[in-house]
Design a protein. Sequence first.
Length: 206
Amino acid sequence: MPSGSAAPVRLREHLKRETDPQHRRLDLAFADVATSPQAYARFISMNHAAHEVLEPVVEAGAQRFPLLAPFTPMRGYLDEDRRALGLPLQTVTPSTFEEDDLFLTAIGILYVLEGSRLGARFIRHRIEQNSVHGFADRPPTRYLDATKGFFPRFDDRMTRFGSSLGDGNALILVTRAAQNAFTIFERAADEPHPQRNGLLAVGKPE
Ligand code: HEM
């Protein structure tokens, strides 16, 4: 891992600050995710829809730029949870990302996707604690379980990415990509659910 850069951008701190209002809104919207089956279902739906749109961009970036690899997608696990919960497929319209800026765009998205796995670990822990009095049955947690092993590498990766950014314009583009990625999550969370009432049926497999 390159470590000699004199003054690398503190990219993780920067992106955390720049996306903080959006993260807070999501945090608030899903405050009861660990105790409410309905909120958990919305959380899985939102995550699945957003990952479906965002992960292919990071995968395309990782194929072209070795620094971005490896990237482990989560949408398969999210789809398993979605099906186990009997939730309809939800889609969200993708934002347009500039192909020319794939490297920087993918870094911004990767920050959001891999960062959100930190929150997912936290949620998993709370579900474990609440399973006795919150959920009647423990919900399917393939996605949350799969996020367990990622924390130590996230910080290293962000440091490496920060060292690889050139001019200030690169930082602007990465920041915009991270904010756009958050917006996709927010849109997925806001999306009117075709079977909103069906969410009450959480726990009954398809
Ligand atoms: C129920 C909703 C959520 C809760 C309770 C939550 C909670 C958390 C917590 C506790 C952390 C810090 C973990 C740590 O540093 O060990 C975190 C980090 C993060 N979360 Fe969330 N989160 C939620 C939803 C989301 C969503 C939907 C996204 C994606 C759009 C997201 C993106 C992030 C990012 C990028 C970080 C890393 C921040 C950093 O750089 O330290 N979170 N979240």
